[in-house]
Structure formats: C-alpha cells, structure tokens
Design a protein around this ligand. Structure first.
Ligand code: ZN
Length: 120
C-alpha cells in the first residue's frame, strides 16, 4: 500500500504537468550507490547520478552534505555531477551510502536533486 501523499503527487503531475518540481508533494526518494560506486538520488521522474572523484585526501573532519553528520575525513568522499557543458558541482558525502541514507532527511535529498535540475 502506498502513502497517500504519493497519490496526491501523481494526481498533481498528471493534472498540472507545468507545476515546478519544488512545489510537488514529496515523493518516494531513492538514494543508493550502484556497482560502479556512482551515487543516485531519485524521485521519479527526477534523477541525479553523481560520480566519485579521486582526490588527495586531507585529514580534517568533514560534514556529510546529505546526512549532516560530522565524520572523519576517511569516511567521506567527494562526488560530482556535471552542470552545463563543462562545469561540475561537488558534494562531500559519506562513503557508506546505506548508513548515510538512514540519516539523510528526504527534504535534504530533494534539495540536492532539485538544485541539480535547476542549474543544468
Ligand atoms: Zn552522510
């Protein structure tokens, strides 16, 4: 059985397709990492795929931008997605995506997802 809010969301998307995404009722969010270690945030029909980047490191503690927990530098990594033709936007997030997903608030995931759409 689905949450009623998802039905409302579907109804709004069908009846008012021009409604800007930020006004949609919050849908079912999926946040996961695939076999290639890319990070996905999905809220149908929106989708953001970010790729991990190699970087030198550093030792200072960091804050995950999705779950907002303070973590050791070795527990986080940078991921990026492309914005426009040649720009990238970077996020510092947990390496342990499943653990991160337990703490990440749906509204924060959506915020990141929408920012990627608005800016692309
Ligand atoms: Zn996190």
């Amino acid at each position: 059985m689905e949450e009623p809010t998802f039905d409302l969301r579907r109804l709004i998307l069908e009846l008012f397709p021009g409604t800007p995404p930020e006004l949609w009722p919050l849908g079912e969010l999926h946040y996961f990492r695939d076999a290639e270690r890319r990070v996905w945030i999905e809220e149908e029909p929106l989708r953001l795929v970010m790729e991990p980047i190699e970087e030198g490191g550093g030792r200072a503690p960091a804050v995950c931008e999705l779950c907002h927990r303070h973590l050791s530098r070795s527990a986080v990594e940078f991921v990026r997605y492309q914005v426009g033709e040649r720009h990238f936007r970077y996020l510092c997030i947990c390496k342990e995506t499943q653990e991160c997903a337990r703490y990440a608030l749906p509204h924060r995931l959506r915020e990141v997802l929408l920012r990627s759409i608005i800016s692309s």
